[in-house]
Ligand binder design. Structure first.
Ligand code: GAL
Length: 956
């Protein structure tokens, strides 16, 4: 009895137990029904989602469990017709909480780890006919302290539950090392097949047959040496380490101290080792080694998979059990400061991905997983860190197939008690279990290139023990753990083969001279309107030795929408106290997978292609390490002063990995270049794939040309102010933007609030700030024609101004403007420090679509380098012209954006609010990471510029 050992064999559901179960939430709930899988916190009024980052949501210390412990009881009957000689296994994909399993009233065991499956052999508890299965999930347990990740606390069953049957004598586990030698360009296979159930049968005559690459091999099953009983700490020292007994353990068990407190955890650790290394049943193994194989290697760029079939053959020749596994030949090595995949120092263009879905909380359908990974592929992401727990095994199947490098992370985050838990031997067995069960489950996936011991749990002996186990058990992959290197990038060798810091500053990266690869486990913080400076990191990754990329924090916002009304909730919205508010809204995509502008920035940086121009020739560089560019086609388009000009689509030139090729600009385009703003190169897929149909745009790059300087036209000076029926509020000075999460960062020391620029009171010759300081604003106006003016602005800020958010003009147009057209950077939102992928051209959009609906409203929708803007609609037309300005056009004022705490709470508005700024601050990542660079801050105190405004009530 008890939970079965973890294995890497994927078994097919024979009886799917998804659907309606009887459900009761103790202590007070009555019986009703619930869907499985689902989280009760998403539908039960008495126990709602609760968001905390660091603190535990209750006041206890490990391993105490709070008295108030909501417990969900799931019960259903299932018709079974057991077959002689077969065992029935219950698979619970993931239970958030402590799981207790019973069948027909008989207890079968318990399990913890909310993100790994638990399996139970229910054969002896069930009978032919109707049977009752009960799954009880206790929300809190001693293990909760290891699941203190920064996301919603939820409870229930989040992955599928099903039954399958296996023969008594069967395949128990499988280990496949599919190696690729990049120098000899050949593959080698090391297959170990573990069987179980042979105990009481004659040992001879059983064989295992494998089939792979058109070859078949057979070998006999040999029994493994086993210890007769489970080792105890006392006799652990006498247990001879076998190949499967991990290095770290013998030492640990040898440690067995006199003190009683260690007795129990040590016994458990020994028992666990016993389960893996010395199963109680007599295991049989069959080993295969195949060399010099002619194979195509696997990589994220070319994820070539082969199928390996495994059959357990009885002495009479019958196939007793069988399975197949998809394998990929590849080699992961660390050599000095380089992490090599198939000999290449690949760049990790990764994201941190959580299991999260706005409607279900954390229950993800296969369609959602495919949609997420397809989107990542289309944005040139090549790596995923499964922050901060193992994902559904299907996600790894997809990663193998679509091509991602995966950092597979164990479900360990002891954030609130990081000072004690990693040193606490009572938690040692859980550390070992969580890490080893993940490795046992996932070791055959080519996509998994690195094991991670978890997140933000301090650093202690429990980590070193887990790392030692992994290194011995799977020497083919490195281990990483951020906590090990957090305080010293030169340290932590006991638990990390990689220097994997979070949110490091650029100077620290530049200055670091270590002896291991540096791959950032988190960077590029994207909460709200953020991720300014992503390109600066990439400049370092592409040029400095030892730096190999990292994982953006993070992929998807955790906003929840349980009712499906489009009103995303964050911390506190469920009455959850204490909470960390909107800190979990840091996605490159919104909860519904709509990409945010920052994701387009990343897409360009991660593009397989770079382009440069010299005269009438383009240089196309292939950034990939294994693939040529034949999978893409390129569209070249001239951006004229009047809009998109002529274009041509050509297959990408043959460019070897990391190579370059020259591409002459076709003559029919060349003749338009003299007058052009830019030449745009759109990269599209050439063939259908599982993640995108042929013709999907995956990146757009540009070569830009010098712009003609703007000269204001002649006009007659006048000294009255501007008024016009289309102007609800005429142009006035604006120095404030609705603060972003980064603008509020602790490290920015409240400097913007201290400036007092959020409240300007008009006085003679300028304004008074909220703190009574004077801002001088001088304007001269020249009349060019009817409702056609040139405005010369001069602004002097108080002498002690150290920094600012914006300097520019704001005006509000009456209702009746719908459409925008501008010459400048677009089409998506961009800011001075987040525009390496933005494109110069003439862009059009509905005004309503210019805003970016960050769940917490802040400054949004900006576009830089704008030299002309035209807004039109039934009310009339407004046009501006100027040297490059930063524009923001939307429906809401700064004050309205600041007053609302959710986008969906913004008041309806149909006026048009226009900002044209001569200076606008970068957005940076100061909330967690570096502030915007000095050149994108507003440190000047005097600004002068001119602009032209033309209004007409005639409609176009
Ligand atoms: C990191 C942590 C993440 C998340 C992030 C803030 O320190 O690893 O889980 O909390 O900060 O969004």
């Amino acid at each position: 009895m008890g939970r079965l050992p973890m294995h890497g064999i994927s078994r097919t559901a024979e009886i799917d137990l998804s659907g309606e179960w009887q459900f009761r939430l103790l202590p007070h709930g009555a019986w009703s029904t619930a869907q499985v899988p689902s989280l009760w916190t998403m539908h039960e009024e008495t126990d709602r989602p609760h968001y905390t980052n660091v603190p535990m949501p209750f006041d206890e210390v490990p391993p105490q469990v709070p008295d108030d412990n909501p417990t969900g009881v799931y019960r259903r009957s299932v018709e079974l017709s057991p077959q002689a000689g077969r065992r029935t296994i219950l698979h619970v994909g993931a239970a958030e909480g402590l799981l207790r399993v019973s069948a027909n009233g008989q207890d079968l065991g318990t399990s913890t780890d909310s993100h790994l499956a638990a399996e139970f052999d229910i054969t002896d508890a069930v009978r032919a006919g109707s049977n009752e299965i009960q799954l009880t999930v206790e929300k809190w347990s001693a293990a909760s302290y290891l699941e203190d990740q920064d996301h919603w606390w939820q409870s229930g069953l989040s992955r599928p539950v099903f039954l399958y049957t296996v023969p008594e004598v069967r395949l128990a586990d499988l280990s496949v090392v599919a190696d690729y030698d990049p120098e000899a360009k050949c593959g080698a296979l090391d297959v170990q097949v573990f069987t179980t159930g042979l105990d009481h049968l004659p040992e001879s005559g059983w064989t295992v047959r494998i089939g792979v690459l058109g070859q078949t091999r057979t070998t006999s099953v040999t029994p493994r040496l086993i210890a007769p009983t489970l080792p105890t700490p006392a006799d652990a020292r006498s247990v001879r380490p076998e190949p499967m007994l991990p290095a770290g353990f013998s030492g640990l068990l040898g440690l067995k101290a006199a003190g009683a407190p260690l007795e129990e955890p040590m016994r458990q650790a020994a028992e666990m080792i016993g389960r893996y290394a010395h199963p109680t049943e007599r295991p049989g193994t069959a080993a295969f080694a195949l060399d010099d194989l002619v194979v195509q290697p696997w990589s994220a760029e070319i994820p070539h998979l082969e199928e390996l079939s495994v059959e357990l053959v009885a002495p009479d020749g019958g196939v007793a059990d069988s399975t197949t596994v998809r394998i990929g030949f590849r080699r992961v090595r660390i050599e000095g400061r380089d992490l090599l995949v198939n000999g290449e120092r690949v760049l990790i263009q990764g994201v941190n991905r959580h299991d999260v879905d706005p409607r279900t909380g954390r229950v993800l359908s296969r369609e959602t997983m495919l949609a997420e990974l397809s989107l990542l592929k289309r944005f040139n992401v090549n790596a995923i860190r499964t922050s901060h727990y193992p994902n559904d095994p299907y996600l790894l199947d997809l990663a193998d197939e679509l091509g991602f490098y995966v950092v597979d992370e164990a479900d360990i985050e002891a954030h609130a008690f990081m000072a004690t838990i990693p040193h606490d031997p009572r938690y040692l067995p859980e550390f070992l279990e969580r890490v080893s069960r993940m490795v046992l489950r996932d070791r055959n996936h080519p996509s998994v290139i690195i094991w991670s011991l978890g997140n933000e749990s301090g650093y202690g002996a429990n980590h070193d023990a887990a790392a030692a186990w992994v290194r011995r058990f799977d020497p083919t992959r490195p281990v990483q753990y951020e906590g090990a290197i957090a305080t010293d990038w030169h340290g932590g060798h006991g638990a990390s083969d990689i220097v994997c810091p979070m949110y490091p500053h650029l100077d620290a990266l530049k200055a670091f001279d270590g002896d291991r690869p540096v791959i950032l486990c988190e960077y590029g913080y994207s909460q709200g309107n953020s991720a300014g400076g992503l390109a600066d990191y990439w400049e370092l990754f592409e040029t400095l030795p030892g730096l190999q990329g990292g994982f953006v924090w993070g992929f998807k916002d955790h906003g929840l929408d349980p009712d499906g009304d489009g009103r995303y909730r964050y911390g506190g919205d469920f009455g959850d106290e204490p909470n960390d508010g909107p800190i979990l809204l840091y996605g490159l995509v919104f909860p519904d997978l709509t990409p945010k502008p920052a994701f387009y920035e990343a897409r360009g940086l991660f593009s397989p292609v770079r382009v440069a121009a010299e005269g009438d020739t383009l240089t196309i560089r292939n950034r990939q390490f294994f693939a040529d560019l034949s999978a893409y086609e390129l569209e070249l388009r001239v951006e004229t002063q009047h809009g998109p000009g002529p274009s041509r689509t050509v297959p990408a030139p043959a460019v070897a990995p990391r190579g370059e090729a020259r591409l002459p600009i076709p003559d029919d385009l060349l003749k338009h270049i003299a007058d052009a703003l830019a030449l745009t190169l759109t990269v599209r897929t050439r063939y259908d794939s599982r993640w995108a149909p042929a013709g999907t745009e995956i990146a757009v790059h540009q070569v830009t040309y010098p712009r003609k300087p703007w000269a204001p036209p002649y006009g007659i000076a006048r000294n009255d102010e501007i008024s016009h029926p289309l102007l609800l509020i005429p142009p006035r000075l604006s120095l404030w933007r609705a603060l972003t999460d980064n603008d509020r960062a602790f490290s920015l020391d409240n400097r913007f609030v201290r400036s007092g620029f959020f409240d300007l009171t008009p006085i003679d010759g300028g304004y008074r700030t909220a703190w009574g300081e004077e801002v001088v604003h001088r304007r001269t106006i020249r009349q060019v024609g009817d409702a056609d003016w040139v405005l010369s602005e001069n602004v002097k800020l108080p002498e002690d101004t150290e920094d600012g958010l914006r300097v520019g003009m704001e005006f509000i147009l009456v209702e009746g403007f719908e459409h925008a057209r501008w010459t400048g950077l677009g089409p998506w939102e961009n800011y001075p420090d987040r525009r390496s992928s933005a494109l110069l051209g003439v862009w059009e959009s509905m005004i309503d679509e210019l805003a970016v609906p960050y769940i917490v409203p802040t400054e949004n929708g900006g576009r830089g380098e704008v030299t002309a803007l035209e807004l039109s609609g039934p009310a009339g037309t407004m046009r501006t012209a100027h040297t490059p300005l930063h524009m923001t056009v939307g429906r809401h004022t700064v004050a309205q954006l600041e007053a609302a705490d959710h986008w969906w709470k913004l008041p309806p508005s149909s006026v048009t609010v226009v900002h044209l700024d001569v200076a606008h601050r970068g957005v940076g990542m100061a909330h967690l990471g570096p502030d915007t660079r000095p050149e994108f801050r507003l440190t000047a105190t005097e600004y002068a510029w001119e602009w032209r405004l033309i209004l007409s009530t005639e409609t176009r």
